[in-house]
Design a protein around this ligand. Sequence first.
Ligand SMILES: NC(=O)c1ccc[n+]([C@@H]2O[C@H](COP(=O)([O-])OP(=O)(O)OC[C@H]3O[C@@H](n4cnc5c(N)ncnc54)[C@H](O)[C@@H]3O)[C@@H](O)[C@H]2O)c1
Length: 373
Amino acid sequence: MTHTHETVHVALGDRSYRIEIGHGLLADAGKWVAPMLSRPRVAVVTDDTVGPLHLDTLRAGLEASGVEMTHLTLPAGEATKCWRYLSETVEWLLEQKVERGDMVVAFGGGVIGDLVGFAAAILRRGVRFVQIPTSLLAQVDSSVGGKTAINSPHGKNLIGAFHQPALVLADVAVLGTMTERDFLAGYGEVVKYGLLGDAAFFDWLERNAPALAAGDIDKRIEAVRWSCQMKADIVARDETEQGDRALLNLGHTFGHALEAATGYSDRLLHGEGVAIGCALAFEVSSRLGLCAQEDPSRVRAHLKAMGMKTDLNDIAGALPDADTLMTLMGQDKKVTQGTLNYIMARGIGAAFVTSDVDPKVVKSVLEDALALA
Ligand SMILES: NC(=O)c1ccc[n+]([C@@H]2O[C@H](COP(=O)([O-])OP(=O)(O)OC[C@H]3O[C@@H](n4cnc5c(N)ncnc54)[C@H](O)[C@@H]3O)[C@@H](O)[C@H]2O)c1
């Protein structure tokens, strides 16, 4: 069966690139990558979950166009985004004699994309790289926009650079091997796009997301396309987050506080925190009279219908009190000169950035949510 193929353009002047979205792109990888190479070889970095599942398909897809690949496999998981594996990756790329004209390939989820993108940014003061995102989260979010980073004991993503990929290849076929939990966590970021900027997308998701989650390929392609288009438009307007790009952080200030409160553990995945955070952001917006009272209920109803974590009582184990959560929110990167910037909403699809939020209202929403937990 043939599926749709979509191309999204990220318009950034001489750093513009395309996001190719389709089914079976890995098997054709050479066709997309070979024209960009100065010599027919690439260095691929992956993780030890994705590699055994999909590296052979990628290798064959490159070889079909005469492109040779070498690869490095790193441990799967967030802990890999650290100095040790950054240094291992950079040294390996140097051993492979990767030069300025060569291409590095990040083949994995957001962890590999962020780490390898950063390695490419600093190797020889910058080499080009291709993102081949394999998780839903990476296909709709982390592979697009050029933010690359590793974590520090001081916090997530604190060491990094803006370095745009030269190409993104999003093959939805690989999503078939994801665990349901990881897939739904990535879906948290998909919902976020509808909520922040496009009510029509949220409507579409309410109708089509159950089929998409059940494996409908064309609906997966459409959701990835829509999400990438929204991110591409925002990034083209505001590449380095001086303004609008902050909208992409809807739900993230709450989400990051919850991730910190649960020790960045298996209790709460990033996308799960974002989904709960979106529900909380709409609840605060409603209490501030910014959006209709029905909006938070509609957000929560959709998350629940998808079988996703929606409320604080969906997180296993005890949570700290509202004051502690507020302190954790204050440590978010979105604090500028001591003021926390919130992403609030005037309705579904109508988010905006503001520092004018009464902390008492935020605290009362958290207290009420904790009381039910
Ligand atoms: N750069 C950005 O703009 C940006 C945006 C959002 C998130 N991020 C970062 O992305 C990371 C989270 O991304 P993630 O959720 O992809 O995490 P991840 O890379 O850890 O992937 C999640 C899990 O899924 C596995 N996996 C990936 N693809 C698979 C497949 N096709 N089949 C089976 N298993 C597969 C991975 O091995 C891993 O175990 C975080 O580090 C976050 O900070 C970055």
